[in-house]
Write a protein that binds this ligand. Structure first.
Ligand SMILES: [Zn+2]
Length: 149
């Protein structure tokens, strides 16, 4: 699908549930809590040389390792619909949220496809993986970089 053919999401309705207002407040695009925790763990694992929020690449990956062509997205479970925690829908405006999440997921897939097409490896890290243990995630990235270089 061409970028121009992607349907636009209508403006969100005013938040009318606790869940909706909570997640809308949390909807910060970059340098979220989980991303900062991951960066801290990467530093302690000796993993350096990444760039944050690279706007020159499709989807503005949260972390990019240019030398190894690895792009990392840190995805919030709710917004990006993690398989474990992204199943709950707000009780009001349900059809709006369903559409919103469907388009979010489609955009994530499209960005990953575009990145792979220009030679990047794409890694998606879920917020819950970082919550569980950021060091495990950092170690996974370190090993991937070691294989790539
Ligand atoms: Zn999750």
């Amino acid at each position: 699908m061409r970028a121009g053919t992607v349907p636009r999401v209508p403006r969100p309705p005013p938040p009318s549930s606790d869940l909706a207002s909570r997640v809308m407040r949390a909807n910060r695009a970059h340098s979220t809590g989980p991303e900062l925790r991951l960066r801290k763990s990467l530093r302690s694992a000796g993993v350096l040389g990444y760039r944050t929020s690279n706007r020159d690449l499709p989807g503005t990956p949260d972390l990019t390792f240019p030398a190894e062509s690895l792009a990392v997205f840190v995805h919030g479970c709710f917004w990006h619909r993690c398989p474990k925690h992204g199943t709950k829908l707000p009780k009001s405006n349900t059809s709006y949220w369903e559409l919103k999440f469907r388009l979010n997921k489609a955009r994530d897939r499209r960005n990953a496809r575009k990145l792979r097409a220009i030679g990047w490896e794409v890694l998606t890290v879920w917020e819950c993986e970082i919550t569980a243990d950021p060091h495990v995630v950092a170690e996974g990235i370190r090993q991937r970089l070691a294989r790539a270089s």
